[in-house]
Design a protein around this ligand. Structure first.
Ligand code: UGA
Length: 434
């Protein structure tokens, strides 16, 4: 099939590349000329595992092309994906200006039947708005479909190629059939394509992300309470997660959730509720608790150093909001580092991918280490903010020699508490005995 993707951010790029991989002819449109030029030369503009291989393969096969011309994109695809940013407005709602401006252009420029697919995370009622805006100018038939994405950063290619479900919000049989044809190769395993109305599809995305953020936040509260009563959150988690109604996943406590999705979507759903006089009390609590959770280790670090962090050097392992990404948006590491800097600490930091992004934000306020052990050299303590695999089995002897005090503050519960004690560390984690 002929597909166009408008917007080559993280979602658009993964969508376009993976659709090319199943034999579709894909054109991706972006207004950023320099970015388009780079992509034409085979350069992937984001870090996403496995994307580079299929990106290169499909460019070579001429199934994946790039342009700055919206017109070219609109002429090419019978299905046109909108993968445009919906940043957070000052009041927490989603800013739809990109989506609506492009819709206006689509209405003016389409020449034959098109299915316009909303992939961006957008508030309930956006498909209806897009439909109205296009209809103002369009001289041909078209349909608007809501098809929210459920890609996790770091696993996006796998999530796209082997989705647990595909949500299609559509009230047109013709458009639904085209969407089913497009996605058929991805659901051969039997996973469902769930067809529903556009509004329910739009809400499904917000509900899913908000639920997961709530699930994590609930566990963070249980972890905090474990510390008060001397229980171990790892055991509580194992006990709870074995109940298939609860499930094992997304029950890992730590220093809070971050990223470009959960924080933004939880706030946007709360705001959308407010606009309809509905008070999502649970989401307000989630936002408040997560914000506090991000710096939950700060008072513990201060206490260890007798409330005097001035001049102390803290090594920080892991800066990205989660492993396998260079994304630092809403990363708990940022709150922790700002807190430590404000107390006069010096920070020697390391992350396998996120250093360039952190550098843009913190400049020369931090000391950037080339490796995990370069960060711990002569540091007074180690703080872990992201659970990259390489941090999971450190050389304990080396670490003890390097650190001035053998103390580890672990925001992601990477190590066994007893093992760490046996190795001679003071080990402080979240929701476990220390
Ligand atoms: C999330 C959803 O998982 C995707 O399904 C969705 O498509 C995506 O948002 C989106 O809306 O685009 P993502 O933000 O990439 O994906 O990351 P997750 O793997 O979901 O993790 C989010 C945050 O929760 C991270 O900060 C992670 O450290 C934290 N987390 C996750 C926990 O603290 N505990 C857990 O048990 C799981």
């Amino acid at each position: 099939m002929k597909i166009s993707v408008i917007g080559t951010g993280y979602v658009g790029l993964v969508t376009g590349t993976c659709l090319a991989e199943t034999g579709n002819e894909v054109i991706c449109v972006d207004i950023d000329k320099a970015k388009v030029e780079k992509m034409r030369n085979g350069e992937v503009p984001i870090y996403e595992p496995h994307l580079d291989v299929i990106f290169e393969r499909n460019i070579k096969a001429n199934r994946l092309r790039f342009t700055t011309s919206l017109e070219e994109g609109l002429d090419h695809g019978e299905i046109i994906f909108l993968a445009l940013p919906t940043p957070e407005d000052e009041d927490g709602s989603a800013d739809l200006s990109y989506v609506l401006n492009v819709s206006e252009e689509i209405g003016k420029k389409i020449k034959g039947y098109k299915v316009i697919v909303d992939k961006s995370t957008v508030p309930v009622g956006t498909a209806e708005k897009v439909q109205e805006i296009i209809a103002k100018n369009a001289t041909c038939e078209f349909d608007v479909v809501s098809n929210p994405e459920f890609l996790r950063e770091g696993f996006a290619v796998d999530d796209f190629l082997k989705p647990e479900r595909i949500i299609v919000g559509s009230s047109s049989e013709k458009a639904t059939d085209l969407m089913k044809k497009l996605y058929a190769p991805f659901v051969r395993s039997g996973n469902p394509i769930i067809v529903m109305d556009e509004k329910s599809a739009e809400l499904t995305k917000y509900a899913a992300n908000s639920f997961l953020a709530t699930k994590i936040t609930f566990m963070n509260e249980i972890a905090n309470y474990c510390e008060k009563v001397g229980a171990d959150v790892d055991l509580v988690r194992a006990g709870m997660g074995s109940d298939s109604r609860i499930g094992k996943r997304f029950l890992f406590p730590g220093i809070g959730y971050g990223g470009s999705c959960f924080p933004k979507d939880v706030k946007a759903l709360r705001k959308a509720g407010k606009d309809r006089d509905y008070d999502f009390k649970i989401l307000s609590s989630v936002i408040e608790i997560n914000s506090a959770q991000k710096t939950i280790l700060l008072p513990k670090i201060e206490e260890y150093f007798n409330n005097n962090l001035y001049g102390k050097t803290i090594a920080v392992w892991g800066l990205a909001f989660k492993p396998e990404t260079d994304d630092i948006r809403e990363a708990p590491s940022i709150d922790m580092m700002e807190g430590l800097l404000s107390k006069g600490a010096k920070l020697q930091v390391f992350d396998p991918e996120a250093i360039p992004n952190i550098q843009k934000r913190f400049g020369d306020k931090l000391i950037y280490a080339e490796s995990m052990y370069a960060a711990t050299e002569n540091a007074d303590a180690l703080l872990i903010c992201t659970e990259w695999s390489i941090f999971r089995t450190p050389d304990y002897e080396k670490l003890k020699k390097q650190l001035i005090n053998p103390v580890v503050f672990d925001g992601r519960n990477l190590y066994n508490v007893n093992d760490m004690e046996a190795e001679g560390f003071t080990y402080v984690s979240v929701g476990r005995k220390s």
